[in-house]
Design a binder for this molecule. Structure first.
Ligand SMILES: C[S@@+](CC[C@H](N)C(=O)[O-])C[C@H]1O[C@@H](n2cnc3c(N)ncnc32)[C@H](O)[C@@H]1O
Length: 306
């Protein structure tokens, strides 16, 4: 078995869940630092791994890490929703490890972190048009409140949105620490929280900037379309919104028929496309949680193409 780099979440579970065949074709839709990819590539002989990411820095880092497997790996800069325009399939497995990478969080200038001062950016794809600066300084109060409530599950979304609007009426909000301070000022008892009071708002804005939820739904569908019969799709999510989307998309694809339940016979003719492998998500082990606190909210779901 390949060497496991523990910084990758649910690493062993993913490599095992993919049922890797040495001559198979695999897609890592979220290459990041290539922790998962390195182990997948190590299992291949004549097979091939396609690694995708929309972050040019991630692709550079992955290229170095995957250098020993160069002949078996192809790296592609793309949004995983568009994988069908780069890959023709069929493929034997697709892995999604959603969200931001530790690399992105730790690079202060990317503007993802409420702990390091940097311009408000948060783009995974550095060439994308929309930045966190735009969202924070130009979206109207109602839209900010909706995003912060829905994507951040922030109880004080209203006060936070109002505080942002008040602050930007004085002067544009330019940096992560400015924003973190404004958010904290709007949350009662912020100092007594276990986590940073800006955590939920930063997550919300990041999801909006990168259109992450729509991407998940479209990406999962695109992956299932590419899978060969018996091929597997694995998705790791990090918050309940993503997990809900994966769960319901898998369920829809495994049910087939979409006729209303009171129809006497099926008229839609839709057939099940996948079989769900684990009805309950796989969670990190105690050992992994102790080693890597960032794995805390991870959930893995697996389905197999029929
Ligand atoms: C959690 S990291 C993956 C870490 C990786 N599994 C590892 O072992 O190092 C998620 C990566 O997915 C990328 N990503 C997120 N959404 C994407 C999308 N819609 N299209 C392409 N890449 C995406 C991010 O840029 C980030 O590099």
């Amino acid at each position: 078995m390949a060497e496991f780099h523990h910084i990758s979440v649910l690493h062993r579970e993913c490599v095992e869940g993919l049922h890797i065949k040495p001559d198979g074709v695999y897609v890592d839709a979220t290459l990041g630092g290539a922790g998962h990819s390195a182990s997948i590539a190590a299992c291949l002989t004549t097979g091939h791994l396609y690694g995708l990411d929309r972050d040019a820095d991630a692709l550079d880092a992955a290229e170095k890490r995957l250098a020993p497997y160069r002949e078996r790996v192809t790296l592609i800069k793309t949004d995983f929703r568009d994988m069908a325009s780069h890959l023709t399939g069929p493929v034997d497995g697709v892995l999604f490890d959603l969200g931001v990478s530790s690399f992105q969080l730790d690079e202060a200038e990317r503007g993802f972190s409420y702990l390091h001062d940097a311009p408000l950016d948060m783009r995974m794809d550095q060439t994308a048009a929309l930045t966190a600066y735009d969202v924070v300084n130009t979206w109207d109060r109602a839209e900010l409140k909706r995003v912060i409530a829905e994507y951040g599950e922030e109880r004080f979304a209203g006060p936070v949105a109002s505080a942002i609007v008040r602050a930007r009426d004085e002067a544009p909000i330019r940096t992560t620490l400015e924003l973190a301070g404004i958010v904290a000022s709007a949350i009662p008892n912020a100092k007594r929280e276990r986590q940073h009071p800006a955590k939920r708002t930063f997550q919300a804005i990041r999801i909006a900037v990168n259109d992450e939820l729509a991407a998940v739904e479209e990406g999962v569908q695109a992956a299932v379309d590419l899978l060969a019969p018996g091929g597997r799709i694995l998705v790791i999510t990090f918050h309940s919104l993503e997990d809900r989307i994966v769960k319901s998309t898998f369920r829809k694809l495994s049910n087939g028929c979409t006729c209303p339940p009171d129809f006497p016979v099926c008229v839609c003719g839709a057939k099940p496309v996948v079989r769900i492998i684990n009805s309950k998500p796989i969670l990190p082990s105690e050992e992994e949680l102790a080693e890597n606190p960032r794995s805390r909210s991870a959930k893995l779901r697996i389905a197999e193409k029929l």
